[in-house]
Design a protein around this ligand. Structure first.
Ligand SMILES: *[C@@H]1O[C@H](CO)[C@@H](O)[C@H](O)[C@H]1NC(C)=O
Ligand SMILES: *[C@@H]1O[C@H](CO)[C@@H](O)[C@H](O)[C@H]1NC(C)=O
Ligand SMILES: *[C@@H]1O[C@H](CO)[C@@H](O)[C@H](O)[C@H]1NC(C)=O
Ligand SMILES: *[C@@H]1O[C@H](CO)[C@@H](O)[C@H](O)[C@H]1NC(C)=O
Ligand SMILES: *[C@@H]1O[C@H](CO)[C@@H](O)[C@H](O)[C@H]1NC(C)=O
Length: 420
């Protein structure tokens, strides 16, 4: 059954959104930034003419804590920066999913909510989080070096500078307008239907900036994501089954390891992809860049996911609904087709084998142990189950393509969700 529903993805994260207090202007409820005017910043201390009742501000996902002092008049300074400065965290930079949808998307949303044009925005960034990634220097001579993300950030701001350099500096910095933190309206952990338009603008901009590579001659395709740590053991059989099924729609089927291709190639591939199939992982982020609203994602979940962590991967579901339009989920229910890696606690495997992990029992395991169980396994997928979903997806894509011709551009189709 095809369901149409309001997308309200991760309720508990939204609550955090109301913690933030925004001064000077009224802003959308879900924001995690503080806006100040006439700011003199020196060694973590902010002197401002703005009148917030706060004496501290903490930048989310960092241990950066600012002290705020108020003055009645504009503090004295020789060199005011006239552009709007934004102090931002790039959490787990340069990991693809976190960088795009906890950082870059949030810069886009912030600029948009403040109506700041590219020429008026100076972004100060600091990397936080435990993600190591390939070694590289992110902060060089006061700049923040964003590598593959430079093209999109150049679209959004005039300068990309190192926040760490500002925090470590003994100098005084003066900003006419300063935003501490970023809007989370299109963060992948807090997507809400009312922000669909903003999300669409961001996704289209990403495609404009990166989707410029001619990859091959396929004009319609399905991609099965291949990962080497969370493997689909029968991926070749799945690919050939899917290939013969989709042959009628003249779709190519590609088995793709996104970790081995550049961002421009990934996003260019998405422009001709109608169906994305994969297990939890950063590759599913690409669902954000499928041809909306007539693209589909089939989300494959490993054995035990819904018992151990029912909400696991709901960020991917949200991205698929906002980025593709159609979302389907499959979860492995056959214990014997799962291969658990050595890091997975024996005790959990035994309980799963006996079908005994009830929500009550599973409280004896830490969140990390549950996560490890879900993420550290390879799996054979049920080809017949996935083909049923692929058939449904194809059917809906064709129907959607046909109805798109009848729908005016300015009346977006409702979101479809088949996961419930
Ligand atoms: C920031 O500093 C204030 C006052 O020292 C303290 O109450 C608050 O807990 C600190 N926050 C963080 C996240 O360190
Ligand atoms: C941004 O611009 C829009 C349309 O021009 C306007 O309605 C809105 O109030 C502006 N927001 C801010 C924060 O200036
Ligand atoms: C749907 O339309 C898009 C172009 O809008 C096209 O690339 C795709 O192949 C079509 N899909 C199907 C299954 O017809
Ligand atoms: C995708 O698969 C088609 C054949 O189905 C092949 O011609 C094409 O080169 C593949 N593209 C990529 C990017 O792997
Ligand atoms: C996966 O399926 C293949 C046949 O397609 C079979 O040989 C293999 O034993 C299966 N592995 C598991 C863990 O079920």
């Amino acid at each position: 059954m095809l369901e149409r529903e309001n997308v309200n993805v991760i309720g508990h994260v939204f609550l955090l959104c109301f913690v933030a207090t925004i001064y000077m202007n009224s802003r959308p409820a879900c924001a995690k930034y503080l806006y100040l005017e006439d700011v003199v910043f020196e060694r973590g201390i902010i002197k401002t003419r703005s009148q917030p009742k706060l004496s501290h501000w903490h930048l989310e996902r960092s241990d950066i804590n600012f002290t705020i002092r108020h003055t009645m008049t504009s503090p004295f300074c020789r060199n005011w920066k006239e552009e709007t400065a934004v102090f931002a965290i790039a959490w787990n930079f340069p990991q693809y999913g976190h960088t795009l949808f906890n950082f870059v998307s949030n810069v886009f949303a912030t600029a948009s909510e403040f109506n700041i044009t590219k020429q008026q925005l100076i972004l100060y960034v600091m990397k936080t989080g435990g993600y190591k990634g390939p070694p590289s220097a992110f902060e060089v001579n006061g700049r923040f070096v964003a590598g593959q993300y430079e093209p999109i950030l150049k679209e959004l701001c005039k300068e990309l500078l190192s926040l760490k350099a500002v925090l470590d500096s003994p100098k005084k910095f003066c900003f006419r307008r300063l935003v501490l933190g970023l809007s989370t309206s299109i963060d992948h952990y807090s997507l809400r239907k009312k922000n669909l338009k903003l999300f669409r603008r961001f996704a289209e901009l990403m495609k404009l900036v990166y989707g410029v590579v001619h990859v091959d001659s396929c004009v319609a395709r399905a991609i099965i994501i291949n990962r080497n740590d969370r493997r689909i053991l029968n991926i070749n059989e799945l690919a050939s089954a899917l290939s013969s099924r989709l042959h009628r729609s003249s779709m190519c089927v590609n088995v793709t390891d996104f970790s081995k291709i550049s961002i421009p190639v990934q996003i260019s591939l998405m422009k001709t992809t109608s169906l994305l199939v994969g297990i939890d992982g950063t590759g599913l982020i690409n669902a954000a860049f499928l041809p909306y609203p007539c693209g589909a994602m089939i989300h494959l979940r490993t054995f035990g996911t819904s018992t151990l962590k029912p909400r696991k991967g709901s960020n991917f579901r949200a991205l698929a609904l906002f980025g593709a339009g159609l979302y389907y989920a499959w979860e492995n229910s056959d214990f014997s087709s799962a291969v658990f890696h050595s890091q997975v606690p024996r005790k959990i495997i035994q309980l799963l084998r006996r079908g005994q992990v009830s929500p009550l029992q599973d409280q004896t395991f830490t969140s990390r142990q549950k996560g490890t169980t879900i993420l550290r396994q390879d799996t054979n997928v049920s080809i017949s189950d996935v083909l049923i979903l692929a058939d449904r997806a194809r059917h809906e894509i064709i129907r959607c393509n046909a109805s798109k011709l009848l729908v005016r551009n300015d009346s977006p189709l409702p979101l479809h969700d088949t996961s419930a």
